[in-house]
Design a protein around this ligand. Structure first.
Ligand code: ZN
Length: 297
């Protein structure tokens, strides 16, 4: 990894899609992965199931200089508390960028506004796990607040690896149609609807993709990448950001980078510039890093 980064002239990686959760929530998430054979139809041995300090040491060793720890609720009454937890986690963890999450419920605009005021620079919305409709009127002012602030929302709105009642890029596009300035990062590149995700990126100038679990040999999305994947990436190359789902991945971190490097090598229009953009420049821009005095990452 250090050799790979040095060959690109990069000071490090910026990972937009990493998970850290309060211990009792994390235990439940990991128990779900332990039942992966029943839930997903395949084993899912978590590669980095380690105490927090060890996970942080691994990120540092891999060259991850900044990352967005993402939290998400599965029921009402949880998002404000998770947001408070993750803001505190980021404040005491070098490299962690402050984030927030939301849920359609009374008060969502208040706790989201407070989180932005406290420095949150990225928001997570998990539509499958949350089981909510992103078009819920209660969320409308929250999307508006984020669009105005220019704070990105990493939104898991695709049908993979499990479909939810309100997953589907067609559903989320209705949010974008109302809030076309929303900086939305389609998690997992919209898996399994990669072509539909690229359509949204082309249609909305502030929509991005993250690379989380995309193109790796462990594929639960039920769909291969489309044949024109790298060709289409070339026209939106500055709107793709590194994401990994660390630590909850059943393979080495480097596997994700290998997939991205393969895309870069597959099309002359991508190459090194694409890698630098995906692994560093674009997630750094999305997270507004380097804009605070004294910040260098
Ligand atoms: Zn994730």
């Amino acid at each position: 990894m250090p050799g790979f980064l040095a060959s690109l002239g990069l000071p490090g990686l910026v990972d937009l899609h990493v998970h850290f959760l309060p211990e009792q929530v994390e235990r439940k998430v990991w128990a779900f992965f332990d039942r992966a054979r029943q839930e997903y139809g395949t084993e899912w041995p978590i590669r980095y199931r380690l105490p927090v300090p060890e996970r942080l040491a691994i990120l540092e060793k891999l060259g991850v200089r900044a990352f967005a720890p993402l939290v998400y609720p599965h029921k009402p009454g949880m998002a404000a508390w998770l947001t408070e937890w993750v803001l505190d986690f980021a404040a005491r963890t070098p490299g962690a960028v402050p984030t927030a999450t939301l849920y359609p419920e009374p008060g969502v605009v208040d706790y989201l506004g407070e989180a932005l005021a406290a420095g949150a620079r990225c928001v997570k919305s998990h539509i499958q796990v949350g089981g909510y409709d992103p078009r819920d009127p209660e969320l409308d002012p929250a999307w508006g607040l984020l669009a105005e602030a220019g704070v990105p929302v990493v939104v898991h709105c695709g049908h993979g690896p499990l479909a939810g009642r309100y997953t589907g890029l067609d559903v989320f596009e209705q949010v974008l149609a109302r809030h076309p300035r929303l900086v939305a990062v389609l998690a997992h590149a919209g898996a399994p609807d990669y072509s539909g995700a690229l359509d949204l990126v082309e249609r909305y100038p502030r929509v991005h993709l993250d690379t989380t679990m995309v193109g790796v040999p462990f594929n639960t999305s039920g769909a291969p990448l489309p044949a024109d994947w790298t060709a289409r990436l070339a026209s939106v190359a500055d709107r793709v950001a590194l994401g990994t789902d660390f630590p909850n991945i059943p393979y080495d971190y480097a596997t994700q980078l290998r997939a991205i490097a393969d895309w870069a090598a597959a099309d002359d229009r991508l190459g090194r510039d694409f890698l630098v953009a995906v692994l560093h420049d674009t997630p750094r821009r999305l997270l507004a890093l380097g804009e605070q005095p004294g910040e260098t990452s």
